[in-house]
Design a protein around this ligand. Structure first.
Ligand code: BG6
Ligand code: MG
Length: 224
């Protein structure tokens, strides 16, 4: 069991952890699913969280038993269509959209000398960070284009520790997706879920309210 004193860094997912871009991804994918005649459900919505753009499209098509209906070029077109709509939503983001307490938590981490990085599957992460005014907090962002495997594979979380010079066991990973929590656990990092404990059942600790994500509360959870 990792001790709180061993922790030197925090590896953040972005969408659904730092801000509610998860709702924008959901809106854009559900519109595309409608267009493709694929039934939307809570399970599909939760299953899509954390998956790369193409993996998301493949899951939607598979859910509708349409995985063999489109050529690679057509799939590229559909993914681009979704991304164009997502980017329209992203344009509306301001620093006021940072989840409550997250900016304070980032400042607390900085004050205590913790390292931090971004482990987001999104190719749009740098744009979202810039809209939120958080670019300076995250000098280290894993480029999802460099990955061989998407979440739930641990690769992105191992890389996110590596780029801040840490071993995975020295990091806490924050995630809102079950695929992400699985990746953090497989990377041997401590997993902190943001969302419902009923969904994030495999996380080492879960916070429903981002205001409660503080070093003191994390330490208390690890000492339980
Ligand atoms: C993840 C989101 O962070 O990024 C997914 O949870 C999204 O919903 C994925 O599909 C890829 O994002 P993008 O911006 O590269 O299409
Ligand atoms: Mg997420």
């Amino acid at each position: 069991m990792t001790k709180f004193a061993d922790i030197k860094g925090f590896v953040f997912d972005l969408d659904g952890v730092i801000t509610d871009t998860a709702q924008f991804h959901t809106k854009a994918w559900s519109k595309l699913a409608d267009q493709l005649g694929v039934k939307w459900s809570d399970d599909l919505q939760n299953g899509l969280k954390g998956l790369s753009r193409m993996d998301s499209l493949e899951l939607i098509l598979k859910t509708g038993h349409k995985e063999n209906d489109y050529s690679p070029a057509e799939k590229e077109k559909l993914a681009t269509q979704k991304n164009d709509l997502y980017l329209q939503f992203v344009q509306t983001i301001t620093p006021a959209d940072i989840f409550p307490g997250i900016k304070e938590f980032l400042d607390e981490l900085n004050q205590h000398g913790y390292l931090m990085s971004i482990a987001s599957a999104s190719k749009n992460a740098p744009t979202v960070l810039s809209k939120l005014g958080l670019t300076d907090y995250f000098e280290h962002v894993v480029d999802p284009r460099t990955l061989t495997h998407g979440k739930p594979d641990p690769e992105i979380f191992i890389k996110a520790a590596e780029i801040i010079g840490l071993k995975p066991e020295q990091c806490i990973g924050l995630e809102d997706a079950t695929a992400g929590i699985a990746g953090i656990n497989a990377a041997n990092e401590v997993s902190l879920g943001v969302g419902s404990p009923d969904i994030l059942t495999e996380a080492d600790m879960v916070f429903e309210d981002t205001n409660n994500i503080t070093l003191a509360n994390i330490e208390a959870n690890m000492n339980k």
